[in-house]
Design a protein around this ligand. Sequence first.
Ligand code: FAD
Length: 404
Amino acid sequence: MSNQSPVIIAGAGPSGCVLALSLAKQGIPVQLLEKCDSLPIDLRASTFHPPSLEMIADLDEGVIGKMLERGLRADRYQYRDRATGEVATFEMSQIADETRYPFRLQLEQYELTHFICDALVGYPCAEVRFGCELVDYAQDAVGVTAIVRTPEGEQQLRGSYLVGAEGARSVVRKRSEIGYMGFTYDEKFLVVSTSFPFEDVFEDFSYVNYVSDPEEWCVILRTDKLWRVLVPVFPTSEAEEAYYLSDEFVQSRLKRLHARDEDYDVHHRSIYAVNQRVAETYYQGRALLVGDACHINNPLGGMGMNGGLHDAFNLADKLQGVILEGADAEAAFSLYDRQRRELAVEFVQRHTIENKKLMEARDPDVQRKRQQMLMETAADPQRARAFLLERSMINCVRESLSVQ
Ligand SMILES: Cc1cc2nc3c(=O)[nH]c(=O)nc-3n(C[C@H](O)[C@H](O)[C@H](O)COP(=O)(O)OP(=O)(O)OC[C@H]3O[C@@H](n4cnc5c(N)ncnc54)[C@H](O)[C@@H]3O)c2cc1C
């Protein structure tokens, strides 16, 4: 690493990794700290929208090449009504003139972090430290001091800026006393993965399916390796949560989707709380926030991780201007905040809340109208195009860049 103080990034999730590689490519010293001993491999986001693919492609040909090779291309997605069997299919080819990548790439988010950490090895100005947990920090006029817990004990690291990319429980956000406004839903989401080939039993099944049902809605999507099913559950105690994770409950839910005598092979199951929150600011002096550290939302529509990636690219640009070109830091970070935070409130929160409301309506009349509206939209090329530009986040990235 050079003598220049590094930008310290806490958290090697998708947002932190993308930011680290973006800065390293500019020759900016960067220290990426990850509290785990290696990159976490857990089933979380699995959809990359077209703007994210374009940004990653512009960043590193090798990384996008590996992603495209490993991932599945979902060139359409469907809204299905289980009660009537009706299907609204949105064909991504309808926006092929708007993007180089007219598909959703279905790939586990940990694949991206692994590809990026492999790429970072080639940059002497970049250091990735595992088993290094940010526990506190302080800032002064010329830099930041990060206090980290490591197997060798507590250490202090000096940097030029500190970026909190450590997820929803961000230490940077909490220590900066930045409020995280919003709410937590009553229900949680149960996610189960299986290798059962749903495509063989449901006709014309796409890789991404939002399924409404009078009793229980669900999402069924295919990642590069497995099918994943997400259903809402309402645990009010640890015992209830354990029941929702039991074979009995998990098998009953899978068998409701498609009845079979044998049990499904279940590779993974987890329950997580669902929030809609946005930080009241994305920066405070030399401390900056990206990704889940500053916004979280329900996963319907796959906007959480993608929004975090878009933050990281935007912030990389601002940091580059400040560090390499001497741009005014306050003006640059204030622009970052306007371009990304206001959008998170207006666009991502609105769409994800709407998506969930559409899915969970139990009134058969509301469900029928919803399915009708989606089918009419999908059948009308102009409306389908407008829908796809919104839901694939192309519009919101363009709007974000037009904010001054
Ligand atoms: C269970 C679950 C399922 C999800 N499913 C979906 C989905 O299906 N679709 C979707 O769009 N989104 C989903 N999300 C949200 C999506 O995964 C996040 O939006 C995305 O991971 C955000 O990326 P990030 O890099 O900002 O944070 P994270 O991915 O949370 O990464 C943060 C990293 O920081 C590390 N870390 C934490 N604290 C510290 C610290 N103090 N010091 C150093 N390192 C630290 C963590 O170990 C982690 O590696 C899901 C989230 C969860 C929790």
